[in-house]
Write a protein that binds this ligand. Structure first.
Ligand SMILES: NC(=O)C1=CN([C@@H]2O[C@H](COP(=O)(O)OP(=O)(O)OC[C@H]3O[C@@H](n4cnc5c(N)ncnc54)[C@H](OP(=O)(O)O)[C@@H]3O)[C@@H](O)[C@H]2O)C=CC1
Ligand SMILES: O=CCCC(=O)O
Length: 339
């Protein structure tokens, strides 16, 4: 059943639609994590009739699945490292030992995996989700991958008779916890409508962008910009310090002007202290720049700034910073300054 009262804000050119959620869903996102679900929260998930699978309990997948559970959905989880499912099982989630068994026991299965290789392996590998899919079921891949990977998974899913939607997200750990993600979807529009109420539990807005590959491309362009912004911000912080300015004052000045960004305000103070608590792992940002370079190559579009940023993230990875937050890219510049 579609979520009653969800308002369609507008239909823009290029078949791009933006849906906004009901205010009660916004209020719901403010609720704190608790094993004691409130009645209000626990009924929202009833808008989706059926069982929901969730594969991949990393930084993003875990809070996304948790929000579905909090909203009253019947959720079945799986993760390569099973221990990361335990807190969700304690909150009422079911567990199945393979992606195939999750897909087989659920009506719709979401996947939030690290990269193209893991997304393909979990979908199509041994005991992969496609082995449990079939007519009437849906597979929604919310991982950040390239269009070719998404199309590959889509074809495997469709061969089973099931439907496929790609739905990568903008927004990081905190928006995932708060149900404030932005879904960039493409693929089967009927499935998109079918899972709309679930996307609205996990996110604040959703875009339907047409053919499979468009969601992946939109996500890569956004993250390409973000990766370059963070590299540039890092240069600014270090240059300010080098010429005798207080980088904390730079963060404040930037926050008040035209280049103000929540990302700078949020991460800047920690970067000045050289601390990088992981929200978005640096290795994933470098993966996204690498995939964006491939996307640009496919249409012969020069992206020299992103290419330079990518090199910096590669240096940071070689310094052992892969699992730190991507703001740790500033350390690569510090190393360069010393050389
Ligand atoms: N963190 C963020 O801010 C955001 C991340 N993203 C994207 O979302 C995706 C997930 O990110 P995030 O949650 O941060 O990443 P994590 O590194 O925290 O989690 C990665 C997940 O992928 C699983 N995985 C990795 N390799 C394999 C494999 N070979 N087989 C099966 N499972 C595997 C991990 O399992 P295990 O626990 O066993 O290692 C884990 O569940 C990425 O594509 C990322 O780019 C998108 C928006 C924001
Ligand atoms: O892919 C990661 C995106 C992080 C963000 O949008 O803040």
């Amino acid at each position: 059943m579609a979520m009653a009262g969800t308002s369609l804000c507008h239909w823009a050119p290029l078949s791009l639609s933006v849906f906004r959620r009901r205010s009660y869903l916004r209020r719901r996102s403010l609720l704190s994590v608790s094993s004691q679900l409130s009645t209000d929260t626990a009924t929202i998930g009833k808008d989706f009739e059926g069982r929901v699978g969730f594969l991949g309990m990393g930084i993003m997948g875990s809070p996304m699945a948790l929000n579905l559970i909090k909203a009253g959905c019947d959720v079945t989880v799986w993760n390569r490292t099973k221990s990361k499912c335990n807190h969700l099982i304690n909150l009422g989630a079911r567990f199945e030992p393979t992606p195939a068994q999750v897909a087989s026991s659920c009506d719709v299965t979401f996947a939030m995996l690290a990269d193209p290789d893991s997304a393909v392996a979990v979908a199509t590998g041994e005991n992969g989700a496609v082995q449990g899919l079939g007519s009437g079921k849906g597979y929604v891949d919310v991982s950040t991958v390239d269009g070719a990977t998404s199309k590959l998974i889509c074809e495997s899913v469709k061969k089973t008779g099931a439907s496929f939607l790609e739905a990568p997200v903008s927004g990081s750990k905190k928006p995932a916890e708060d149900g404030q993600l932005i879904f960039l979807t493409a693929g089967d529009e009927t499935l998109y409508e079918r899972v709309a109420s679930l996307l609205d539990i996990m996110g604040k807005s959703r875009f339907y962008l047409g053919d499979v590959g468009n969601g992946a491309a939109m996500k890569l362009v956004v993250n390409m910009i973000m990766g370059s912004m963070m590299a540039s911000f890092s240069e600014g912080l270090l240059l300010a310090e080098k010429v005798g300015l207080d980088p904390n004052v730079l963060v404040e000045v930037v926050s008040q002007g035209a280049i103000s960004s929540p990302m700078y305000s949020l991460k800047g103070p920690a970067m000045v202290k050289a601390t990088y608590p992981t929200a978005f792992p640096l290795k994933h940002q470098q993966k996204d720049l690498r995939l964006a370079l491939g996307l640009a190559e496919s249409v012969s579009q020069p992206i020299p700034i992103a290419a330079a940023a990518n090199e910096l993230y590669k240096v940071a990875k070689s310094q052992g910073l892969s699992d730190h937050d991507f703001s740790a890219v500033i350390e690569a510049l510090k190393a360069k300054l010393q050389n």
